[in-house]
Ligand binder design. Structure first.
Ligand code: AMP
Length: 422
């Protein structure tokens, strides 16, 4: 299948070719005709499969045919869960629409209102943004969604995870009932499908994830670690590998991200942290340094997980495992993009990690290979998952909860904190 066969505007095809794309990806091949046909759409596609172009290209085609947006009254609204993702979608919209006369703007939280008011005081075709700030503009009257034709929810599952459900619903209520709605998601759970049910009628369902949630081109490994220091040594060893071109390293906390980046820099690596406490300007600067190659190791919290689309990320390293199993898929999707090879390494230690790892492996439907590095082998095996037990004492009204740790063989217990469950 070629882009020409999809009957897109020749100016769009020219822009796509300039991006170096030769043929549509699977999600593009399936979604583009549906969007062009004005159908509502629910699409499950793994991260990195080219889903942005799957909705941006046909939307641009439709906008190029007729009509103009009003002052602050866009024809298309694209909702993104994170600022980074919104910026990327905005960037893709500009790149794919460079030979068309389409006006788009990005509306993000964490930046000043002035330029946004200015952009919204002019006629606009496409608005891309994060729910909180968009809602703010709606309430202030600077954004008018009464003439909206197409609403896109990008990474809807993530939007729900981040607690944007009510914001999304409030935004949707400000749009016309008769509109086209497109929902893209990496994972389809009950909450996402119920959101889809509420937002649209009779959608076409496209599933290119087909139940298999990891990207085939990513080689996944686990390294067991005994302590924080051990994790840092493992990371420094991996960072010295020449095969590692660019890496995103995930930390569970903002402070952790800072600390890991500092440790890497102290050992001579080009590293930087990226997390939600940084100003938008600082985050954009860090991402630009990563794109230019000035930063080789980006230590990020999950806030950046969905947004990062830097080409040539050879490794994703989970210094800390993610809280939710599906975040694992989003994180490792930063590498192995558009068919390129990628390596995803996760560190695991302790009993919490054992439970998390089990959940991840259940979610992706496979066991991840355990590996060791000579001289940096773990001294202890991974402890068995933490178990919760309930004990009821006769005569007591309240339920009492006690927690116990099922120990791995040969492990010593810490006095008073560990109880062995038989
Ligand atoms: P996405 O899943 O939208 O985040 O896209 C993942 C990556 O694939 C991005 O770097 C895109 O530039 C790239 N991409 C999108 N469509 C194509 C295509 N048809 N051929 C090659 N690369 C593509």
């Amino acid at each position: 299948m070629s882009f020409e066969k999809l009957k897109l505007n020749p100016s769009i095809i020219k822009a796509v070719k300039k991006c170096g794309y030769e043929r549509p990806t699977a999600i593009q091949e399936k979604a583009i005709p549906q969007v062009l046909g004005a159908r509502n759409l629910v699409a499950s596609a793994n991260t990195g499969t080219g889903k942005t172009a799957a909705f941006v290209l046909p939307i641009l085609h439709r906008l190029s045919q007729e009509g103009r947006g009003g002052k602050g009254a866009p024809r298309v609204l694209i909702l993104s869960p994170t600022r980074e993702l919104a910026e990327q979608v905005a960037d893709a919209t500009r790149r794919y629409g460079r030979f068309l006369n389409i006006r788009s703007t990005v509306i993000l939280g964490g930046v000043s209102y002035g330029p946004q008011f200015k952009a919204l005081s002019r006629p606009i075709d496409v608005v891309i943004g994060t729910p909180g700030r968009l809602l703010d503009h709606l309430e202030r009257g600077s954004l008018d969604l009464s003439r909206l034709e197409i609403l896109v929810l990008d990474e809807a599952d993530r939007m729900l995870d981040m607690g944007f459900k009510r914001d999304v619903e409030r935004i949707t209520r400000a749009t016309p009932k008769k509109r086209q709605t497109l929902l893209f998601t990496a994972t389809m759970d009950r909450a996402t499908s119920s959101l889809a049910d509420r937002l649209m009628t009779n959608p076409v369902h496209i599933d290119v994830a087909s139940g298999k949630v990891t990207v085939d081109s990513i080689c996944q490994r686990i390294y067991l670690a005994d302590s924080l220091g051990h994790k840092k040594r493992l990371l420094r060893h991996l960072a010295s590998d020449k095969a590692l071109k660019r890496a995103v390293i995930f930390s569970a906390t903002k402070r952790g991200a800072e600390e890991i980046a500092r440790d890497l820099k102290r050992h001579g690596h080009r590293a930087a942290a990226l997390h939600g406490d940084m100003s938008q300007a600082a985050r954009s600067r860090t991402m630009a340094s990563m794109r230019r190659g000035k930063v080789r190791l980006l230590v990020a919290t999950d806030v950046a997980a969905r947004g990062i689309d830097v080409s040539g990320i050879s490794h994703v390293i989970n210094f800390d495992l993610p809280q939710a199993a599906h975040d694992y898929v989003h994180r490792i999707g930063r590498t192995g993009r558009a068919g390129a090879e990628g390596i995803a390494i996760s560190f695991a230690s302790g009993s919490k990690d054992a439970a998390q790892l089990k959940a991840i492996e259940r979610f992706i439907g496979m066991r991840i290979k355990r590996k060791t590095i000579e001289g940096l082998e773990p001294k202890r095996p991974l402890a068995a998952p933490l178990k919760t037990t309930r004990s009821f004492r006769p005569g007591r009204k309240k339920k009492r909860f006690s927690f116990g740790l099922k120990k791995a063989e040969g492990q010593k217990s810490r006095r008073g904190t560990v109880r062995i469950i038989k």
